[in-house]
Design a protein around this ligand. Structure first.
Ligand SMILES: [Fe+2]
Ligand SMILES: [Fe+2]
Length: 157
């Protein structure tokens, strides 16, 4: 059964969302670089790389699926600047929560269209979000709980 146009479009949008997340984490990484917090910078560089991998997973899936066609538009990246650690933590958690919601909507669509062949892959990407959200929540709690960011950064090394 061929990939439906609706699901194809939703998956293409998801590729762009993962690319957007990659840019968000690159920006956060650079923020920490500016502050000479090298391990925090490295942590977000790693997160950014993972978002790139997610984008490729969605891309490869669309390419593998019968009738699937990758068509990429513009990534809507907002200008970001951070003045507090809380803002960084909030952005990180929000990005992961919105990603989960977006993939859940794709799951919903596949289910509604009875495109059961796609549920496995979408679920696999959702299961990955359990870890992603957990990491973001954990990180946020630890970051906000610290009163010495330089020491916090050192301990991450
Ligand atoms: Fe992701
Ligand atoms: Fe993520």
């Amino acid at each position: 059964m061929e990939l439906s146009p609706g699901l194809n479009e939703a998956l293409n949008q998801q590729i762009l969302m993962e690319m957007h997340n990659q840019l968000v984490y690159m920006q956060i990484s650079s923020h920490f670089e500016d502050l000479q917090l090298k391990n925090l910078a490295k942590y977000f560089e790693e997160q950014a790389k993972q978002e790139g991998e997610h984008a490729y997973k969605f891309m490869n899936y669309v390419n593998d699926r019968a009738g699937g066609k990758v068509s990429l538009g513009t990534v809507n990246m907002e200008a970001l600047s951070f003045s507090t650690l809380e803002e960084v933590a909030k952005k990180y958690i929000l990005a992961e929560e919105e990603t989960t919601q977006s993939i859940e909507e794709i799951y919903d669509l596949a289910f509604f269209e009875k495109s059961y062949i796609d549920l496995g892959f979408i679920q696999e990407m959702l299961i990955e979000q359990v870890e992603e959200e957990d990491a973001a929540q954990n990180f946020g709690a630890n970051l906000l709980g610290t009163n010495d960011i330089v020491l916090f950064d050192k301990e991450m090394g």
